[in-house]
Ligand binder design. Structure first.
Ligand SMILES: NC(=O)c1ccc[n+]([C@@H]2O[C@H](COP(=O)([O-])OP(=O)(O)OC[C@H]3O[C@@H](n4cnc5c(N)ncnc54)[C@H](OP(=O)(O)O)[C@@H]3O)[C@@H](O)[C@H]2O)c1
Length: 234
């Protein structure tokens, strides 16, 4: 049976690697981000700035037969400007909320409506930051916390043929970690901790993370929990 994956943030990091892994597993993959390096016959790219909500509302998901299994991965996000809230601009705050929480909320709604009868899996890429107040990460912590509540509410609503997960990947070697290491230690008290993760090679590789996400997709019926922390998966 044909499987289809819609993935946001396929320009780099986890989203790009997951798209490539699912293509190798014979999925048709639709990627949504600002940039693209993936070239594959079964990959369709939509160039979009997901912090622009008018663009997000205009997205048309592909028409699929009701027998197709379909997956949406809300992966795109930004750590945002790493500054105390009084030093962040209003424009930054709005853009970070738009990308990290409003856009995934709109896309989740669009997904459930577009594929009412299909067997559906909705995965949000969450973060441990949802549960830890981290100084200078106000929008990141708040949006990841909201994203976890959103998925739990969607689960409570018991939509037809829909299963949901929030996957917390741990600390992963991507551009996001580079941005964290580049931040100004004057405004980011945990700066040295993230420098140490890198120096001590404690970051997960993107490959290992997407492989574990694929395992979760394959064994989706084995889980009782909605929020899954990849550190718990060997
Ligand atoms: N790395 C970690 O340690 C870590 C830890 C916990 C959770 N996560 C989560 O993992 C997910 C992926 O992040 P990553 O680590 O892979 O970092 P990344 O390499 O920076 O990936 C971010 C992705 O989001 C896309 N994106 C960013 N801004 C966008 C915009 N305005 N419009 C459309 N797409 C946009 C980027 O593509 P374009 O630049 O092409 O638009 C890129 O594909 C995020 O949800 C992040 O919160 C990461």
């Amino acid at each position: 049976m044909q499987k289809v994956a819609l993935i946001t943030g396929t320009g780099s990091g986890i989203g790009k690697a997951l798209a490539k892994l699912l293509l190798s597993e014979k999925y048709l993959v639709f990627g949504y981000s600002r940039t693209n390096q993936i070239k594959h016959a079964n990959f369709t790219f939509t160039k979009i700035d997901l912090s622009d909500l008018e663009e997000v509302q205009r997205i048309k998901f592909p028409k699929l037969k009701a027998t197709t299994e379909v997956l949406l991965v809300n992966n795109a996000a930004t750590i945002g400007s790493i500054l105390p809230i009084d030093k962040k601009s209003e424009k930054e705050i709005i853009g970070e909320y738009n990308l990290n929480i409003i856009s995934p909320t709109l896309l989740s709604r669009k997904f459930i409506n577009a594929y009412a009868d299909n067997i559906k899996l909705l995965i949000n890429i969450g973060s441990g930051a949802a549960n830890s107040p981290i100084s200078s990460w106000s929008t990141y912590c708040a949006t990841k916390s909201a994203l976890d509540m959103l998925i739990q509410v969607i689960a409570e609503e018991k939509h037809k043929n829909l299963q949901v997960f929030s996957i917390h990947p741990g600390v992963v070697d991507t551009n996001m970690q580079k941005e964290i290491r580049k931040s100004d230690s004057e405004f980011f008290p945990l700066h040295q901790k993230f420098m140490d993760y890198y120096a001590n090679q404690e970051l997960f590789s993107v490959k290992s993370v997407v492989f574990r996400i694929l395992q979760i997709i394959a064994k989706k019926n084995d889980f009782d929990e909605i929020i899954l922390n990849l550190r718990d998966f060997k």
